[in-house]
Design a protein around this ligand. Structure first.
Ligand SMILES: [Zn+2]
Length: 133
């Protein structure tokens, strides 16, 4: 499926090649870029070796174009979100965990919520999500 990923604030395209580019900050406030897979449920993350993030460390993520924070406080303090646009220009929210190495992604449309990854049960009670989003 050919999809695009968009910043919810400035609507820049965040996908380049087959990766999603996210600006991140580790707990020491060091900055770096992360390349996430465009495939939902694929948790391969590429980063420069000098940008140190420990497995399980909470990181902050923002848009590399406008610098706005991608946090989705209203849903959960440790979830971040971007917009996915499918090939028919339909838009949905993609939420993912701010804990490095955690496998958890949600795709939210106006009709349903799909979850991916072995840690998906951790943040969201799927029955209650629609009313919160
Ligand atoms: Zn932006």
């Amino acid at each position: 499926m050919k999809a695009n990923y968009i910043c919810p604030h400035c609507r820049s395209f965040l996908n380049v090649g087959d990766k999603i580019i996210i600006a991140a900050k580790n707990h020491k406030k060091e900055k770096g870029l992360l390349l996430l897979s465009m495939e939902l449920g694929d948790y391969t993350v590429l980063k420069h070796p000098s940008f140190n993030i420990e497995e399980g460390e909470k990181i902050n993520m923002s848009c590399p174009s406008c610098n706005e924070n991608l946090k989705k406080h209203k849903i959960h303090e440790n979830l971040f979100g971007i917009i996915m646009q499918d090939e028919e220009d339909k838009e949905m929210q993609i939420l993912f965990s701010g804990t490095y190495g955690e496998k958890c992604t949600y795709r939210i449309t106006d009709k349903d919520v799909e979850s991916f990854g072995s840690d998906a049960g951790k943040y969201i009670d799927l029955d209650n999500l629609i009313s919160m989003s």
